[in-house]
Design a protein. Structure first.
Length: 167
């Protein structure tokens, strides 16, 4: 176990938490698989990824709150379309603030000035789901009993597909 693996995952998950597309999901999957092989500690993976997610989410929120709205709400090319999009977002965030905070990128919550504590709650909920699901699923998939079950299901699926094709 080297610190560099955790550090790379931390950076990639922070970027993902901010709402910027990148290999954050893939790093969580890889960390889960490495934890399943005993090369990383799953508890350190979960803690590191959780902190990274929340840090990235706060960074994304601040970027959206400080610069996102002015970037979209200014005269110029596509002005009518951008303002229509902002009005639509204002309505959606006015009614579904928590759901939007938990499902949309962090910077979007900043653009629509979601209350910070509510945004944190949404980000925490999303983080628990995403950070929990990837590493633990792929850690479990490295267990021999789970691999045997997967092989069994795969062979039955292949046999069923073969029987359907030969009819």
């Amino acid at each position: 176990m080297r610190v560099s693996e955790y550090a790379v995952m931390f950076v990639l998950v922070t970027i993902m938490g901010a709402g910027i597309p990148g290999p954050g999901d893939a790093s969580l999957i890889a960390a889960g698989a490495l934890a399943g092989e005993g090369k990383l500690n799953i508890w350190i993976v979960l803690a590191t990824a959780g902190v990274a997610w929340m840090l990235g989410s706060v960074i994304g929120f601040v970027i959206g709150a400080r610069g996102g709205r002015p970037l979209l709400d200014h005269p110029g090319r596509l002005e009518k379309r951008r303002r229509k999009l902002l009005a639509k977002g204002d309505r959606a965030f006015g009614r579904y603030t928590f759901v939007a905070s938990a499902t949309l990128p962090a910077f979007v919550s900043g653009i629509f000035h979601v209350r910070f504590w509510l945004f944190l709650l949404g980000a925490l909920t999303a983080g628990i789901f995403w950070i929990g699901i990837y590493p633990t699923t792929f850690t479990a998939m490295t267990e021999p009993s789970v691999q045997a079950l997967i092989a069994q299901v795969q062979s039955k699926a292949q046999a069923t597909a073969a029987a359907m094709v030969t009819r």
